[in-house]
Write a protein that binds this ligand. Structure first.
Ligand code: ATP
Ligand code: MG
Length: 335
């Protein structure tokens, strides 16, 4: 462990030396991620995979994985069921991530990511099955217990969609609980689950371009329109907003009335971009926990997003890639 930590300090500069607060990754709709490789995907035909890799999945799970790589020791709370749920828990345990499973009668979903030789990526995501009322109540109780344990210092990160049947304002209720215990709440979701969270004032949100456009009803075509979208999110109640633009980079404003930062995307040969946003969210959370400056924060975030493009599977960004890309990125403070 000491060696690993030293290696991380070398790769990430000062970040590996920080003592992090507690991180709680809330995974309402986790999955087992299956990455299949094949020559060419032909719809309507029998397609044979040349390689299959399974890994713990769901957005909050990817966040926990990247936090671990950044030297933190996150807790994970999620629904798990059946043999796939056990596979997910075994995977988390192998990664050294502490899991608090809330058992469901229905098995954990499996998400497919199909990559062909031309690097064309097709994703097939199961919606997940509705948890029962008592399973939802157990989940809420487990989160609240964890927030209490955070002793006013925890950073809670909730990422991903809600499974069918979950109340739309589920995240809003969790944010209220987290704030009541003095925890910060970072949220990465989309659609109604995101919209209905604003009244609870999430401490950080990171929609991607399409998610932001859906909420604001306006196209994001340049930095000016990205900044307008950020203002919209502040007016709605968010306290810090980053909008990720894929290859177009990342725009972030740490708080209403503060300067806006832009990080270019590093030039990489992407194997897949699935999970880049999750890596970015992990970086923002760890940077907040470590008290990095705004410039260091946005640089780390864009480096983690780019490093995810080079990884074997979503959430598996390597510390060496993050460390190297961090130095290559262009970061600008916009006037
Ligand atoms: N092709 C790429 N090359 C370099 N960096 C990239 C690339 N794609 C994404 N990134 C980095 O990762 C960040 C997040 O990517 P993106 O906007 O695709 O997130 P996302 O759509 O939320 O992803 P997901 O939801 O799958 O995790 C970008 O802002 C950028 O900094
Ligand atoms: Mg995303």
């Amino acid at each position: 462990m000491a060696l690993r930590r030293q290696a991380l300090c070398d790769e990430l500069g000062s970040l590996g030396e920080y003592l992090f607060p507690m991180f709680v990754c809330v995974s309402a709709n986790p999955a087992v991620d299956k990455r299949l490789r094949l020559t060419r995907l032909v719809p309507g035909a029998v397609n044979r995979a040349t390689e299959v890799k399974a890994a713990p999945g769901g957005k909050a799970t990817h966040v926990a994985m990247v936090l671990r790589t950044l030297g933190a020791d996150p807790d994970w709370i999620g629904f798990t069921g059946g043999a796939s749920g056990q596979e997910l828990l075994d995977g988390l345990s192998a990664l050294g991530i502490r899991a608090r499973p809330i058992r469901t009668e229905h098995p954990t979903r499996v998400n497919l990511e199909i990559i062909d030789e031309a690097a064309c990526v097709t994703e097939i995501l199961e919606p997940g099955v509705a948890p029962s009322q008592s399973e939802i109540a157990s989940f809420q109780d487990a989160c609240e217990e964890q927030f209490k344990r955070g002793e006013s210092q925890a950073i809670v990160i909730a990422s991903g969609s809600l499974p069918p049947g979950m109340p739309r304002d589920f995240y809003a209720a969790l944010i209220h609980h987290a704030h009541a215990h003095g925890c910060k709440f970072f949220l990465d979701t989309s659609g109604e689950a995101l919209r209905s969270s604003f009244e609870a004032c999430p401490d950080f949100v990171k929609p991607n371009r399409e998610e932001a456009e859906w909420i604001t009803g306006r196209k994001i075509t340049d930095l000016a329109s990205a900044r307008e979208a950020i203002s919209h999110f502040f007016a709605a109640g968010a306290r810090s907003v980053a909008i990720s633009l894929g290859k177009g980079g990342l725009v972030w404003c740490p708080g209403k009335g503060r300067k806006v930062y832009f990080a270019s995307a590093a030039v990489v040969q992407a194997r897949s971009t699935v999970g880049c946003g999750d890596a970015v969210v992990a970086a923002f959370a760890s940077a907040a926990g470590a008290g990095l400056t705004a410039e260091e924060t946005v640089r780390l975030a864009a480096a983690c997003g780019a490093a995810n493009c080079l990884a074997d599977s979503p959430g598996a960004a390597q510390a060496e890639d993050i460390g190297r890309l961090r130095k290559e990125l262009l970061v600008e403070r916009l006037s």
